[in-house]
Design a binder for this molecule. Structure first.
Ligand code: MN
Length: 567
C-alpha cells in the first residue's frame, strides 16, 4: 500500500470501485437521534479486534472480586453515613478524591482539572448574572463584587440551561426509580480567583451557589452551616456529572466525531494520505458508539437507571450538546477563548488548558508536516477530488451535517486546522473526559449521577429548609445505584487500547503493515518520530507542572492519552 492522492493514482477504477463498496457499507441514520447524522449498521471490519477484547477483559478483571468483597447490599435505601461510600472500594484502590471531596479546594479544582473542566467560564462585567452576586452577604469587609467583576476575577459554572452553549437541562423534570423520584438540580455556582499576594499565584475558590434559579432565591455560601453548603456543592456535582456524561463525553466527543468517521470511510480511498492519517484516530469508535446505543442509553440501561432525568430528557442533553458544537468553535484555542479561560495572566492555573495546549501544539506540528508533504501547494488540494467530496459531504445537510465545516477546502492551512481539531477531539479531549471517570465519578459521593432528593424548599413559616446529615444522605445515590455507578465508570476507564502518536498497533490490525513499512523512505517516518519526541517533552513538562500543583492532573499526560475514542 502506497499513500497516493487520487490525481496521482493510475488505478482510478480500483479507487472508485472501493469507494462504491464503502458507500454501500457505511450509510447515514438520521432517525435515531434526529437530526444527528449517525451510522446505520456497523460493518464487520469496524468490530473490536481479538487483541482489544482480550486486553479489555484483563484490564477489568479485579472488578468482580471488588464487588464481592464490598458485599454491597442490593436494596435502594440511602446509606447510613457518608463514610460508607468508601466501603465500596475493597480490591480496587479508593480514589484520592474520596479523602478531600468535601473541601472547597477540591470542589473548585474539579472545575479546572477534574472530570469535566469544560463548564467554568469568566463572568463578563456586563453579564446580568453578576447581579445575583450583589446580594452576597457582606462577610468579608474588603470584598467589592463590582471591583472583582471589573478585574475579571469572577467565574461561573451555570447549569440552569440558559447558557447559550448548553441550553438543555432547563427542561429536565427528573426521572423515577423504584422508590420515588430522581432530580437533576440546575444550579449556578460562582467562583473567584483569589490572588495570594505572591506574584502569579492564587487559588480558585467557590463564593456562592444558587440552587433555585428564581430571582431572589437563597444564595448559599461557604459561610452557611457546613451541611447546607455541602448540600449545595453536591447539587452542583450532580449537575456537572450529567453535563459531563451527556455533553462533554457522549455528545461532544463520541457523537460529534461519528459523522466524520463515516464520511472518511465513504469518500477517501484506503491509500488516501488523509485516510491513513485519520483511521487510527477513529479506531473502534463506530463499534463503541453502536454499543453505547444498545447497552448504555437503552431503556432500563445504565444511563436510564443512573442519571437524573428520564431517559428521553437525558438523551436530549446529548442531542443539545451536539447541535451546539461546531468544528471551528471547538478548536481548543478558540474554545478556551470563548469561555474567557485563555488568558494566563488573568488565570495562571488551569491544568486542562495548560496541558491541553501542549498536546494541541504537538498534534498540530505533526499534522502540518504531514499535510504539507502530501499537499505541497494549494493546487494539489484543489485537484484532490476525494478530499473535496469529503469536505462537501461532511458539511452537507444530506451528509454529515458537521457545523463549522467548509464545503470546499481551499488551502492546506485550512485543512491543518480541521484535522488538528479532529485528532485532538478523538485523542486528548476524549481521554481527558473518559479516563477521569474512575478517579472522580466512581466514588458516588463526589459526583453523584442523580439526586434522590429535591433542593431545599421554603417551609410554611416562609423560611428555608435547614439541611441535616440525613438530607445529604437522601440526596446521594442509594446502595445499589452507588455500586452500579462504581462498576460502570470503572469499566469505562479501565482499559487503554493504544497511545497517542503511536500508530503501529492499529496499522498492523488495519493494514497488516507497520507505520514504517507504509511510510518507509518518506519524511513522514521522521515526522512521526518527532511527534513522539514532542509528546515525550510535553509529558516531562506536565510532570514538572504537577510538582507545583496541589492536586496533580494526569489526564492529559501523553502516555495516558489514546489515539481514538475506543472505549
Ligand atoms: Mn468514552
Amino acid at each position: 500500500m502506497k499513500p497516493t492522492l487520487p490525481q496521482n493514482d493510475p488505478n482510478k477504477q480500483q479507487r472508485s470501485d472501493y469507494l462504491n463498496r464503502q458507500q454501500q457499507a457505511y450509510q447515514f441514520d438520521y432517525q435515531y437521534l434526529s437530526p444527528l447524522a449517525l451510522l446505520k449498521g456497523v460493518p464487520a471490519s469496524e468490530n473490536f479486534s481479538s487483541t482489544y477484547l482480550a486486553e479489555r477483559i484483563v484490564a477489568t478483571s479485579e472488578l468482580p472480586a471488588n464487588m464481592l468483597a464490598a458485599n454491597v447490599r442490593s436494596f435502594l435505601d440511602p446509606l447510613d453515613n457518608l463514610q460508607d461510600y468508601e466501603d465500596f472500594f475493597t480490591v480496587l484502590p479508593l480514589p484520592q478524591v474520596a479523602k478531600i471531596y468535601q473541601t472547597d479546594r477540591s470542589f473548585a479544582e474539579q472545575r479546572l482539572s477534574g472530570a469535566n473542566p469544560m463548564v467554568l467560564r469568566l463572568l463578563d462585567q456586563s453579564d446580568p448574572r453578576g447581579e445575583i452576586l450583589a446580594k452576597l452577604p457582606n462577610v468579608q469587609p474588603s470584598f467589592d463584587i463590582r471591583k472583582q467583576l471589573q478585574d475579571k476575577n469572577i467565574y461561573i459554572a451555570d447549569y440552569t440551561g440558559t447558557d447559550k452553549h448548553y441550553r438543555g437541562p432547563s427542561k429536565v423534570q427528573g426521572g423515577t426509580y423504584e422508590k420515588g423520584r430522581k432530580y437533576l438540580p440546575k444550579p449556578r455556582a460562582f467562583f473567584m480567583w483569589r490572588w495570594t499576594g505572591i506574584r502569579d499565584r492564587g487559588e480558585m475558590a467557590p463564593i456562592a451557589i444558587q440552587l433555585d434559579p428564581k430571582p431572589g432565591s437563597h444564595l448559599y455560601t461557604p459561610f452557611d452551616p457546613p451541611l447546607d453548603w455541602l448540600f449545595a456543592k453536591l447539587c452542583v456535582q450532580v449537575a456537572d456529572a450529567n453535563h459531563h456524561e451527556m455533553s462533554s463525553h457522549l455528545g461532544r466527543t463520541h457523537l460529534v466525531m461519528e459523522p466524520i468517521a463515516i464520511v472518511t470511510a465513504r469518500q477517501l480511498a484506503n491509500n488516501h494520505p488523509l485516510s491513513l492519517l485519520l483511521k487510527p484516530h477513529f479506531r473502534f469508535m463506530l463499534t463503541n458508539n453502536d454499543l453505547a446505543r444498545s447497552r448504555l442509553i437503552n431503556p432500563g440501561g445504565p444511563v436510564d437507571d443512573l442519571l437524573g432525568g428520564t431517559l428521553a430528557e437525558t438523551v436530549e442533553l446529548a442531542r443539545e450538546a451536539c447541535s451546539t458544537w461546531s468544528l471551528d468553535q471547538f478548536a481548543l484555542p478558540t474554545e478556551l477563548k470563548n469561555r474567557g479561560m485563555d488568558n494566563k495572566t488573568q488565570l495562571p492555573h488551569y491544568p486542562y488548558r495548560d496541558d491541553g495546549l501542549l498536546l494541541w501544539e504537538a498534534i498540530k506540528t505533526f499534522v502540518s508536516g504531514y499535510l504539507k508533504y502530501f499537499y505541497p501547494t494549494d493546487v494539489a488540494i484543489a485537484q484532490d477530488t476525494e478530499l473535496q467530496n469529503w469536505a462537501k459531504e461532511l458539511a452537507s445537510e444530506t451528509g454529515g451535517k458537521v457545523k463549522g465545516m467548509p464545503q470546499r477546502i481551499e488551502t492546506v492551512q485550512q485543512l491543518i486546522e480541521i484535522v488538528t481539531t479532529v485528532i485532538f477531539t478523538c485523542g486528548p479531549q476524549h481521554s481527558a473526559v473518559n479516563y477521569t471517570q474512575h478517579e472522580y465519578m466512581s466514588f458516588a459521593a463526589n459526583m453523584p449521577l442523580a439526586a434522590y432528593r429535591d433542593i431545599p424548599g421554603i417551609t410554611a413559616q416562609n423560611i428555608l429548609e435547614v439541611i441535616t446529615e440525613k438530607d445529604v444522605l437522601q440526596l446521594l445515590p442509594p446502595y445499589k445505584r452507588a455500586a452500579d455507578q462504581l462498576q460502570i465508570l470503572f469499566i469505562l476507564s479501565a482499559y487503554r487500547y493504544d497511545r497517542l502518536g503511536y500508530y503501529d498497533k492499529s496499522f498492523r490490525e488495519l493494514y497488516q503493515m507497520s507505520f514504517a513499512e507504509i511510510f518507509g523512505g518518506t519524511p513522514i517516518e521522521q515526522l512521526a518520530k518527532k511527534f513522539q519526541q514532542n509528546l515525550n517533552m510535553a509529558e516531562q513538562k506536565i510532570d514538572a507542572n504537577n510538582q507545583k500543583r496541589v492536586i496533580p492532573y494526569i489526564a492529559l499526560k501523553p502516555s495516558l492519552v489514546l489515539n481514538s475514542i475506543s472505549i
